[in-house]
Design a protein around this ligand. Structure first.
Ligand SMILES: Cc1cc2nc3c(=O)[nH]c(=O)nc-3n(C[C@H](O)[C@H](O)[C@H](O)COP(=O)(O)OP(=O)(O)OC[C@H]3O[C@@H](n4cnc5c(N)ncnc54)[C@H](O)[C@@H]3O)c2cc1C
Length: 466
């Protein structure tokens, strides 16, 4: 197989090892916000109009939007661990307008409504920004856009178009010897600090009157009269309506357990760059960056001039469990550090302070699906597949439309009405996914050429991504 640029120009092992020494295995973002308010455990039996299960971005946005729509409605949110501890506190902080996991996926699956999906996605990002301003949520929101870069000659073709940047022009934006060409989509994406966003959304939800509970995992969902009861170890909430926002964790709706699988993604955060280090790579306009292979990297700069560098390995563990033991994967961290110094050889000597992993809720269509259960009393969305920072806010609106029984532009979308095919159960899932991962890696070493397995899955509209 043909070696990739990251294999051809790999730095010495000593550089990789030194850069990771002393890094801690926990998400930077939550560390960076310091002491956070904590919320009580649910004890005893409570009543509400709406109960939300899950306290990541999806649950928090649902809580805020529910109160904004109807301030008198009583809303309880139950988080099994602590607010935002999972994907919402571990991501890259790319807040994209796309609600379809990018243009290619959206255009291929829903060509007739793609323009509408794009417009709704832009509207969502504008409203996202306006909400932050309205409530004074400071989460380092910077609408700097995103650079997509070709690092192998075969990737150049897909970038040709009005925004095309030649090697010289892309390297004038950010100076990496791996960049062959690129484009800059300016208004489509913002960078955020996910930890600060979690804290800010939780504060606003509390101020609007949402009752937030942590360490309160929902164990069961039961129909009682006209409502539903959600039970936890020490209490329960009886409510007219339920929204399930549990992401990569096992769904409380058994029939959707195979509609997502947890895929682990790994991330490094560097120490702050000195002014000289920053000058050596340019990066004045502070865009997010993504490269283009099947196994891709995403990287961005933080307000304090650290670099977050993540992606490439997307790991599925047998039986699809979410488990803290998977947060540490030395082989992935070493690979990321190696690829980082191939991308920025000028930065040799820079150290990483944090390394972590997190579960992504992958669906076979790469973007969220939306369902109702129990005669319309329970709404559920999952499957954001690595692009949920912005899309969870759109999904929150869809879930509220659905659970309120409203017929809206959103609920009429084919994207919202269709539910994707599930993944196969174990023991079939693991070897199938390994075969797909092997094929994707092979394609990355063969100028992007896809083998029969990938072409078949493409034709069926199925796949595996992060
Ligand atoms: C490493 C990584 C990098 C990523 N990078 C990006 C990026 O740059 N841009 C982007 O758009 N997306 C990115 N994503 C994806 C994005 O983070 C998610 O799509 C988004 O955070 C999903 O939010 P959520 O609220 O649905 O899920 P989560 O944040 O996972 O929240 C779900 C919550 O539900 C709780 N829960 C589960 N079951 C129960 C239960 N039974 N009872 C009570 N609580 C329960 C969990 O404890 C958890 O807190 C990334 C994800 C990862 C892991």
């Amino acid at each position: 197989m043909k070696p990739t640029v990251f294999e051809r120009l790999a730095p010495p092992d000593s550089v990789i090892k030194a850069s990771l020494e002393g890094s801690v295995n926990r998400p930077f973002w939550l560390d960076d916000v310091g002491e956070r308010p904590s919320y009580p455990t649910l004890q005893g039996d409570e009543q509400a109009d709406l109960v939300i299960v899950g306290g990541g971005f999806l649950g928090l946005w649902t809580a805020i939007l529910a109160k904004e729509r109807e301030p008198q409605r009583s809303v309880i949110l139950l988080e099994g661990h602590s607010l935002g501890w999972s994907a919402s506190g571990r991501n890259g902080g790319f807040c994209d307008h796309s609600i379809t996991h990018g243009e290619e996926n959206g255009r291929t699956r829903w060509p007739e409504e793609f323009d509408q999906l794009e417009a709704l996605g832009h509207q969502n990002l504008d409203e996202f920004e306006a909400t932050l301003k309205r409530y004074g949520i400071d989460c380092d929101f910077e609408r700097t856009g995103v650079l997509t870069v070709a690092v192998e000659p075969y990737q150049d073709e897909a970038l040709r178009g009005p925004d095309y940047l030649s090697a010289a022009r892309i390297r004038a934006e950010v100076d990496s010897p791996t960049f062959l060409s690129g484009h800059w989509r300016r208004n489509t994406t913002a960078m955020v600090h996910p930890g600060k966003l979690v804290v800010g959304l939780a504060r606003v939800a509390g101020q609007l009157g949402v009752r937030l509970f942590e360490s309160s995992p929902a164990k069961g969902l039961q129909e009682v009269g006209k409502g539903m009861r959600v039970s936890t170890a020490e209490g329960s909430v009886t409510a007219g309506r339920v929204v399930l926002a549990t992401n990569a964790f096992p769904s409380l709706l058994m029939r959707y357990r195979l509609h997502t699988i947890p895929v682990y993604d790994y991330v490094l955060m560097s120490e702050p760059l000195s002014p000289a280090q920053l000058a050596s790579i340019g990066w004045k306009n502070r865009q997010g960056i993504g490269d283009m292979a099947n196994q891709f990297h995403y990287y961005r700069i933080t307000r304090s001039n650290r670099i977050l560098f993540g992606g490439y390995d997307a790991v599925y563990y047998f039986c699809g469990t979410v488990d803290p033991k998977y947060d540490n994967r030395p082989a992935s961290f070493e690979k990321l550090a190696s690829h980082f110094f191939t991308t920025f050889p000028q930065l040799q000597g820079l150290r990483f302070t944090h390394r972590w992993g997190g579960a992504i809720d992958t669906s076979t269509r790469f973007c969220a699906f939306y369902t109702l259960a129990f005669g319309g009393k329970v709404a559920y969305a999952a499957g954001f597949t690595g692009l949920g920072v912005g899309a969870t806010r759109f999904a929150a609106n869809v879930l509220l439309d659905k659970v309120e029984g409203r017929d809206t532009e959103r609920t009429r979308l084919r994207m919202v009405r269709e539910v994707p095919l599930p993944f196969p159960p174990e023991p079939i899932a693991y070897p199938t996914i390994q075969a797909v991962r092997w094929s994707l890696n092979r394609a990355d070493h063969r100028d992007g050429k896809r083998n029969l397995l990938l072409r078949t899955l493409d034709a069926l509209g199925l796949g595996f991504d992060s």
